[in-house]
Ligand binder design. Structure first.
Ligand SMILES: [Zn+2]
Length: 191
């Protein structure tokens, strides 16, 4: 009995006693269940595949590997805990396109909370600050945090661009990029 041997798996021919090696229905039923469990146990796989579908639908570039999708324990934008393996909630992980027009390309994505991604939408820093000014209480704080998050990400993107330069300067910028990237995903980020 493995986690993939769950009830409700059935084939029109063999019922619940799947014969995967000889029956395509059985194999398909097993594969569907397998993928469903994978999505639940490995949120990065689910985020990656949903992002790929979104990118295709919107005609946006996509070049991410699953390994590019890192799910931290704390939302780097709002500082709230990220909750995986549960029903979708404001605390579910969500893949942010830092600059939406660039699409899901390496260096332009970050896993943040669903709530943060929803609030951010396609706003730039100026738009986020305007929202912060126009909002009150928690919402104002959230928009201000999102503006600060986006500011950090754009700084990192700029450092990465410089790191791509040839020579010693490029290597030094690469060190800075590595340091910043690690700092941004640190789980002890305090709100
Ligand atoms: Zn079958």
């Amino acid at each position: 009995m493995s986690v993939y041997d769950l009830p409700n798996l059935a084939c029109p021919i063999y019922g619940a006693r799947l014969q995967r090696s000889t029956c395509t229905n059985c194999n398909a039923a097993y594969t569907r269940r397998y993928l469903k469990v994978q999505r639940r146990v490995t949120p990065a796989v689910a985020l990656h595949s949903r992002a790929r579908q979104r990118a295709a639908r919107r005609g946006l570039p996509f070049d991410l590997d699953v390994s590019d999708v890192i799910v931290p324990s704390i939302c780097p934008a709002l500082g709230v805990p990220l909750v995986v393996g549960e029903m979708r909630s404001p605390y579910s992980p969500s893949l942010d396109c830092i600059r939406p027009a660039l699409g899901y390309v390496r260096g332009n994505t970050r896993v943040i909370s669903d709530q943060a991604n929803h609030l951010k939408g396609v706003l730039d820093i100026e738009g986020l600050i305007k929202r912060a000014v126009a909002s009150v209480d928690q919402r104002r704080e959230d928009y201000a945090r999102l503006a600060a998050y986006l500011d950090r990400e754009l700084l990192l993107a700029d450092v990465r661009r410089k790191a791509a330069l040839a020579g010693a300067a490029g290597e030094e910028w690469a060190e800075v990029a590595k340091f910043l990237d690690a700092a941004f995903v640190r789980a002890d980020w305090k709100r």
